[in-house]
Design a protein around this ligand. Structure first.
Ligand SMILES: N[C@@H](CCC[C@H](N)C(=O)O)C(=O)O
Length: 292
């Protein structure tokens, strides 16, 4: 039986999402239904689908509420192919904007809202011109697989980084090389991580640091979605990788240029270790109703 589903289309630096609200947790949608929503020809189109559920009303929400009883809302995120991901850095800003615009939460400038995700509770801070999300503790994770991509003359070493979800970052030699890499097919990783990975290709700007801020350009092939205009967690992983390669004198603030815009990354010491925060815009574009 078909039914009506109200949705909102939103994006953060061109990384676009279909959002819908399911406070009671009784409208989960299958992976195939989510992939159909994200289909750019037969559906609304998006790099991912985000369901807003009250943490109390889905199984993964129990862990979020145990971590922070104020994490009322859970971001149930899936990629364009319907596969779930632990975290989405652009998505969580758009998610908070969606909650605010729909009267599901309140957040004044300067305040934070805790959001449940599969990678734990993440605090989203309201800025004058967007949002900043504390993505929590990061780690080197996944080793150093060799990365082969179309139009890259030779395979390159990658660096595995987890910011809640898995990334492999590859340094390229020049802007020209960054432009020429063909991401219409997924890069091949050897060894291949069991859970897959998002792969970022990065080049430093020249000079790398201006006024204490590190500057890099990045393109990304996202697990489950293909090449996208932006990936927030990918921008954080790319900044962390370049900082790791640059050594202890590297800056803590980074400006990451992606095809869809610019994101900010800040690395800081927290009680439980080193965290990375991601800042950037969050836009809602249109609402609609679908037959599902
Ligand atoms: N675009 C997102 C990341 C979305 C999830 C990713 N494709 C994965 O499978 O981990 C971001 O902005 O972080």
């Amino acid at each position: 039986m078909t039914s009506l589903l109200r949705f909102t289309k939103g994006h953060g630096t061109g990384n676009d999402f279909v959002l819908y609200s399911d406070p009671a947790g009784d409208r989960p949608l299958t992976a195939a239904e989510r992939a159909a929503l994200a289909d750019r020809h037969r559906g609304v189109g998006g790099d991912g689908v985000i369901r807003a559920v009250r943490s109390a009303n889905l199984p993964e929400g129990a862990a979020a509420l145990a971590e922070d009883p104020d994490a009322e809302w859970f971001m149930d995120y899936t990629n364009a192919d319907g596969s779930p991901s632990e975290m989405c850095g652009n998505g969580i800003r758009v998610f908070v904007r969606y909650l605010l615009e729909n009267g599901l939460a309140t957040l004044d400038e300067g305040q934070s809202l805790p959001i449940g995700t599969r990678s734990g509770v993440r605090d989203v801070h309201r800025l004058a011109d967007g949002f900043a999300a504390d993505l929590g503790r990061w780690s080197l994770h996944g080793g150093e697989p060799t990365v082969t991509a179309r139009a890259l003359p030779v395979p390159r070493p990658g660096l595995g980084i987890s910011v809640g979800n898995p990334h492999v970052v590859v340094a390229l030699a020049s802007e020209a090389e960054l432009e020429s890499v063909d991401l219409s097919e997924a890069p091949v990783l050897d060894p291949a991580p069991e859970a897959g990975a998002n792969v970022e290709f990065v080049v430093p700007a020249d000079p790398l640091v201006v006024d204490g801020v590190g500057r890099i350009r990045m393109r990304v092939h996202e697990r489950g979605s293909g090449e996208t205009l932006s990936c927030g967690t990918g921008a954080v992983a790319a900044a962390l990788a370049v900082r790791h390669w640059a050594g202890p004198s590297a800056p803590t603030e980074w400006r990451v240029e992606v095809p869809g815009g610019v994101l900010g990354v800040r690395v800081f010491a927290a009680e439980d270790g080193e965290h990375a925060a991601l800042s950037g815009p969050a836009e809602l574009v249109f609402d609609g109703t679908l037959l599902v």
